[in-house]
Every structure is written in structure tokens, then in C-alpha cells.
Design a protein around this ligand. Structure first.
Ligand code: TYD
Ligand code: MG
Length: 449
């Protein structure tokens, strides 16, 4: 028989320095403060379990980074003691974003320091970047460290409003055999920073480099240790950058923040659709937009099709880039059979813009729409996004993760979605106008007339 639950164990902690004691004391032996010791329930993981209603609620207090797009992705700002990993490829702009946010945080709280520990760059280099970004708040304190112990000792002395470490791969824990950046080192460095953040209640931002394959260099496991993982992405040959929450214990992971890299730093993009659609041809046929999922992340992609009379009497050309050619052949056949769009004597080129790939059947309807649009030479509405799998009978089948796709499309300024009827029926409170279709014919009617 299980024993009856014991009463939750009560502990006491100093609100000033975090000193713990089992009984209440008038003066904290840790920092000497009077009346600073308060009762608190034992932390989860302690020997005794805590009744759910005895757990002190999270204060709900958020610290704004001063950057709206950043706050949005965080779920409304930084949470006390939360550890946020800012991940991205080298050169994408992590340090730029970080420095901008830290400068604005320092401005908000002139009486508190904001501590930026860099193991990557010299203080002079950071100052130079600060000049470029107009981020030279005197409350922003810099340190160049390679030892996590030194960095945390300094943080203990300063009691900063926010601690930032750029990057977690450049710090090391003394006494470990391996060198900075190795899996063991990164894990131990992160563990110490996390322990410190939790103990002091200080929001802590860690920069982490990701490798080409998308893993956070050294260890993917960092993702499991921190409270939030924000991934900073973008094509370096283009100016826009997207900040996404891949994990967030304090907010939704559907939010994205969009920035543009300018000569004087990152600018928030308040109307991202303008940026994303900037390179799309206006009013020309053969272009359709679909929201695909990359793992758990929605991404809007433009599919382009060009259908032209095959030159000469030879066989028609078929070229597909970024989408399976077998899939294109299938859709071509269905369009021909069900819609009377005869493509067998046409050259067909399908391309997914920006080097993206379409691996999901959910992109079928958009590919078919691009083909039909080019064939008929009727442009599609540029603010309509198209979702749906197309079956051989010309039926439009449901897709998964519809809310994320719609959310992404709405955020990027799309106002209408052509989607499978089966999905449309189940959605309430969609962020954009929905047009459910059961067949390819119904979709073509909604799109091309
Ligand atoms: P950086 O923040 O150093 O990237 P990361 O920390 O992710 O490695 O930014 C790298 C690039 O950003 C760099 O190639 C130059 C460019 N940049 C600008 O275009 N404008 C700016 O104001 C700054 C500071 C950088
Ligand atoms: Mg950097």
C-alpha cells in the first residue's frame, strides 16, 4: 500500500542573496540583511513533493528587450531566471541582435548593469559594432572571458539585470580535459550558466552557433537544457532574417520575428509580407504560394510554373527544381484528365523560389494552381495561400498542422487561404479568410475566376 502523502516540506530562502535555511531567521547569515528570509515550498526534485496549489505562481513579470519582434518571439519579453539560447549560423547577425537588445535593456534600467560576456570578439571590436548600431549605453558592461567561472564571478559581483554570453562555445570550464567548444565543455558551461540564472533569477541569453546541418554546434542537447531556443535564420545573400522560437517554455512557438539587416544594424520589419513578396512577380501568371512545414516550423514558399508550347515536334520538356518530378507528372495528368488542361504537348518548368524544396503532398494544390495559372495565363491573387494534397480522382485531401500554416500565412500578410474542405470545416477563428475546396475543379474555380 502506498503511504499517505506527507505534507509539503517548507523551506526558507533569503530574497536578497538566495541563502537557504530550514527554519526562519530574522537576519540572513548569507548577506546580513534583516527580515529578508521568506518561507517557500521545497523545489520540485527535493525529497518531498509539493502540492500543486502550494507551488508559488510565476510572477508573470516580463522584461522587454526593447525590440518588439524579439519580445514577440520570447512570448512577451524575458522571464526572470529564464535561459534563452539564440542559435544561428555564423555571420547571420546573432551578435548584432544581442548587442541591440542589451543596449536597449541597459537604457531602460540606468541603475542596473547589463553584462555582456564575449569569448568571440575583443572589447574594441564590440565597441566598434556598438558605434555602428548606436548602442553605447554606459550601463552596458562588457567582459572578454574564456572561463565560465570568471564570467560568473563577475556576474555575482555585478548582479546584472540581464547576463548575455556570446558564445556558449567559446567559454570553458577549468579542470575538464576537453577544449572549449567540445560537447562536454559546452554542456558543462551551459549547465553552470543555467544553474546561476536559476539561482539568481537573472534572465540569461546564450548565443550558440549552429552547424550547416542545422544542429547547434557541439550539442543538440543544449536545446533540452535551456528554457527557450530562438533560431535566427536567413539567407546571407538576402537582407531579411527570421527569428523563430523552436522551443519556448514561456510562450508559443508559432511566433516569428522578422528583421532586415541594414548598414546600421537590424531593423524590425513591421510588415513582413512586403519583404517576402518583394521579389515575387506582380500580376504575372504561374506563381503560387504554399505554407509548408519544416519539421515543426511553417515556411511560406513560392512555386513557379512555366508552361509553353513545345518547340518543334519532339517530346515536350519536363523540368522540376525543388519538387519531385514524379509528383509534377501526377498533377499534370490529373489536371489534364479532370480539368481539361492539356499539357502533354507543352514544355513544363516548375521551380521553387529561393532554393527551397517541397517535400509534402500538402504542396500539391499550389503546384497544380501554378501550372494552371501559367497555362491559362491568369495570375493568382498574390495574397492567397494555397494548401492541399491532390488525389488521382481530383479530390483535395486534408493536410496536417493546419493552424501553424495559417498562422504563418496570416503573420506574413496573407488574407485568404484555399484549403481542403475537410480542414476548413474544423477551424474556428482562423486568422485569415478560408475557402474550403473538395475538388481540384472547385479550387481552380476559386483561384482562376
Ligand atoms: P554578426 O552579428 O556578427 O553575426 P553572428 O554573431 O551571427 O556571427 O553579424 C554578421 C554580419 O552582419 C556581418 O557580416 C556584417 C553584417 N552587419 C550589417 O550588415 N550591418 C550591421 O550594422 C552589422 C553590425 C553587421
Ligand atoms: Mg557573433
Amino acid at each position: 500500500m502506498a503511504k499517505a502523502a506527507r505534507a509539503a516540506k517548507v523551506e526558507h530562502m533569503c530574497t536578497g542573496c538566495g541563502f537557504r535555511t530550514s527554519r526562519w531567521l530574522g537576519r540572513c547569515p548569507g548577506c546580513g540583511e534583516w527580515a529578508s528570509i521568506v518561507e517557500e515550498c521545497a523545489a520540485p526534485g527535493a525529497a518531498d513533493a509539493v502540492a500543486i496549489d502550494r507551488v508559488p505562481p510565476e510572477s508573470g513579470e516580463r522584461l522587454s528587450t526593447g525590440i518588439g519582434e524579439f519580445d514577440r518571439v520570447l512570448g512577451g519579453g524575458l522571464v526572470p531566471g529564464a535561459v534563452v539560447l539564440l542559435a544561428g549560423e555564423p555571420g547571420i547577425g546573432k551578435s548584432t541582435l544581442l548587442l541591440t537588445a542589451l543596449d536597449r535593456l541597459a537604457r531602460q534600467a540606468p541603475d542596473r548593469a547589463v553584462l555582456y560576456v564575449s569569448g568571440e570578439e575583443s572589447l574594441a571590436q564590440i565597441r566598434m559594432r556598438g558605434e555602428r548600431l548606436s548602442a553605447l549605453s554606459p550601463g552596458l558592461l562588457l567582459r572578454s572571458d574564456s572561463s565560465v567561472a570568471d564570467a560568473l564571478a563577475a556576474a555575482d559581483r555585478l548582479g546584472p539585470l540581464v547576463l548575455a554570453v556570446d558564445s556558449v562555445q567559446t567559454l570553458h570550464v577549468a579542470g575538464l580535459d576537453s577544449s572549449a567548444g567540445s560537447v562536454t565543455q559546452v554542456r558543462d558551461v551551459a549547465a553552470r550558466l543555467i544553474e546561476w540564472a536559476k539561482r539568481t533569477g537573472t534572465p540569461t541569453l546564450l548565443v550558440g552557433h549552429v552547424t550547416k546541418d542545422g544542429g547547434i554546434a557541439g550539442p543538440r542537447m543544449l536545446e533540452h537544457l535551456v528554457d527557450a531556443v530562438l533560431s535566427f535564420e536567413g539567407d546571407r545573400s538576402h537582407a531579411y532574417r527570421i527569428l523563430r522560437a523552436c522551443k519556448n517554455r514561456f510562450g508559443s512557438t508559432n511566433e516569428i520575428g522578422v528583421f532586415e539587416m541594414k548598414g546600421k544594424g537590424l531593423e524590425e520589419v513591421c510588415n513582413p509580407s512586403a519583404l517576402f513578396l518583394a521579389e515575387r512577380p506582380r500580376g504575372s501568371s504561374g506563381s503560387a504560394v504554399v505554407a509548408v512545414m519544416n519539421g515543426t516550423r511553417p515556411l511560406l514558399v513560392e512555386v513557379q510554373a512555366l508552361v509553353a508550347d513545345a518547340a518543334g515536334g519532339g517530346s515536350a520538356r519536363r523540368t522540376a527544381i525543388g519538387v519531385d518530378s514524379g509528383r509534377v507528372a501526377l498533377l499534370t495528368a490529373v489536371l489534364e484528365r479532370k480539368q481539361g488542361i492539356v499539357l502533354s504537348d507543352q514544355d513544363i518548368y516548375v521551380n521553387v523560389a529561393g532554393g527551397a524544396t517541397l517535400e509534402e503532398p500538402a504542396a500539391d494544390l499550389a503546384v497544380a494552381a501554378a501550372l494552371a495559372s501559367s497555362f491559362r495565363d491568369v495570375p493568382l491573387d498574390p495574397r492567397t495561400v494555397i494548401l492541399g494534397e491532390v488525389g488521382l480522382a481530383g479530390e483535395v485531401r486534408g493536410v496536417t498542422q493546419i493552424e501553424q500554416r495559417l498562422g504563418e500565412a496570416a503573420q506574413l500578410g496573407f488574407v485568404r487561404c484555399i484549403l481542403p474542405e475537410s480542414n476548413a470545416r474544423r477551424i474556428t477563428g482562423a486568422p485569415l479568410e478560408l475557402c474550403g475546396v473538395g475538388t481540384l475543379g472547385a479550387a481552380m474555380e476559386a483561384l482562376l475566376t
